[in-house]
Design a binder for this molecule. Structure first.
Ligand SMILES: NC(=O)c1ccc[n+]([C@@H]2O[C@H](COP(=O)([O-])OP(=O)(O)OC[C@H]3O[C@@H](n4cnc5c(N)ncnc54)[C@H](O)[C@@H]3O)[C@@H](O)[C@H]2O)c1
Length: 389
């Protein structure tokens, strides 16, 4: 399958709102769209088209979310600094695909390249495009980088979020939905993690910043009646994924015939969430703004809701997969055997996770359920097509 790469503009040429749109949907887009569809999204068309700001739209999850919004007819304003924490070619390709989808669907799309910490840029963006809802998926995601450059992590996760909260309250945004992570629970859970459990002992700095964002969102929900929903994602994977994820790195090395390093002596067990499921949950949550919990008690506070329009929802598969089972699924999809090297560390990679999705189901009528083999097959199909392997 031929994938067009050469016509992609460099990051310096991707100026705000400067989308150049091709005359027709090229075969790459059609093929990629087919690859991604394990099952079609079951999200209903929005009753009324919305203007949605998607932050981090050049990133893995932001791209898929923007794509789904465009496909159902919403107007999308993407906002991303295009940082170079991983291969920016992948980010540029995602933006090109969004432009093509906007053209093919007739949905309105503008791409803004700026840093969320630049409050003026953000303010102008919300004002110019009359944004109604925000889905915040920008952030510093690399846990090792967060450890090495803590100030940068705080800047990209906390300062940027304060900037966003300020803009949301100023423009009376109908609903702010934002990414958080299972990592806020800390490691060592022996049972499905529930939003009603305490999340006050995160073990990594990036997780602590995400927990801080949840708490800051509560202040804004309380003080300014801003409806906010924090979604705790559980290890997301799928086509157009992040090169720094284990699945991506394993695939590359297995295809190259190189050994793969298995952290924590192979004891990690994670709840893996397929991207299409995640996007469905994001859109459904965004479509139902958070409301105050009428039976919330200050004496016995529910951790997941509030007397303000604020809530937290897990988004996971509720089916933990051992690292050995993930590799087995990958070997099957690649038709190649992995050469495994077990290592004890690093401490940042210790992980046991499993989502309790009772609250997600109650709030949205949906919970992720794609099997790991189906999801890995789809990822491998995309990977081979994208890298022409
Ligand atoms: N992928 C997962 O498995 C996973 C799991 C849990 C939580 N999350 C969270 O979901 C969110 C999205 O993750 P992803 O996997 O799509 O990551 P990603 O790195 O692919 O995308 C994040 C995007 O945010 C942009 N960005 C970073 N700082 C910015 C800033 N200050 N201003 C504007 N743009 C900025 C980056 O350029 C990037 O394109 C992150 O907050 C992440 O922590 C992801």
């Amino acid at each position: 399958m031929a994938i067009r790469m050469e016509a992609v503009p460099g990051p310096d040429k991707l100026s705000p709102s400067s989308v150049t749109q091709p005359d027709s949907l090229p075969s790459q887009t059609q093929e990629m769209a087919e690859l991604e569809a394990i099952g079609p999204l079951r999200i209903k068309q929005a009753d009324q088209k919305q203007t949605v700001l998607v932050t981090g739209h050049a990133g893995f999850i932001g791209f898929h979310t923007a794509k789904a919004l465009l496909e159902r007819g919403d107007k999308v304003i993407g906002f991303d600094s295009m940082n170079n924490h991983y291969d920016t070619r992948l980010k540029r390709e995602r933006l090109t695909m969004l432009e093509e989808i906007a053209k093919a669907t007739g949905s309105k799309y503008h791409s803004v390249r700026a840093d969320l910490c630049d409050g003026k840029e953000l303010h102008d963006c919300l004002e110019t495009y009359k944004v109604q809802r925000v889905i915040h998926l920008a952030g510093q995601t690399d846990k090792f980088l967060s450890h090495d450059k803590p100030a940068e992590c705080v800047q990209n996760n906390i300062n940027s979020f304060v900037s966003l909260l300020e803009a949301c309250r100023h423009f009376k945004i109908h609903h702010l939905t934002y990414a958080s992570s299972h990592a806020v629970y800390g490691a060592g859970f022996q049972k499905p993690m529930s939003e009603r459990d305490s999340a006050n002992h995160p073990q990594r700095l990036d997780a602590a910043t995400q927990r801080a964002c949840e708490l800051m969102a509560h202040s804004y929900s309380h003080l300014f009646n801003l409806p906010t929903t924090g979604l705790r994602f559980f290890s997301v994977y799928g086509p157009w994924g992040r090169p720094d994820s284990a699945l991506f790195a394993f695939t590359k090395r297995i295809l190259e015939g190189k050994p793969i390093q298995i952290y924590n002596d192979g004891r990690n067990t994670r709840d893996y969430t397929y991207i299409t499921d995640l996007v469905e949950a994001i859109l459904r949550a965004s479509d139902t703004p958070a409301e105050p919990n009428p039976v919330w008690l200050v004496e016995l506070p529910d951790q997941a809701t509030s007397n303000a329009p604020w809530r937290i929802l897990n988004v996971g598969n509720s089916l933990p997969v051992s690292i050995e089972d993930l590799i087995a699924a990958l070997e099957l999809a690649l038709e190649k055997t992995a050469v495994k090297e077990y290592i004890t560390g690093p401490i940042l990679e210790k992980s046991q996770s499993c989502a309790d999705t009772t609250m997600l189901t109650a709030a949205t009528g949906f919970a992720p359920a794609t099997s790991i083999q189906a999801g890995v097959n789809s990822f491998v199909q995309w990977y081979r097509a994208f890298y022409q392997l």
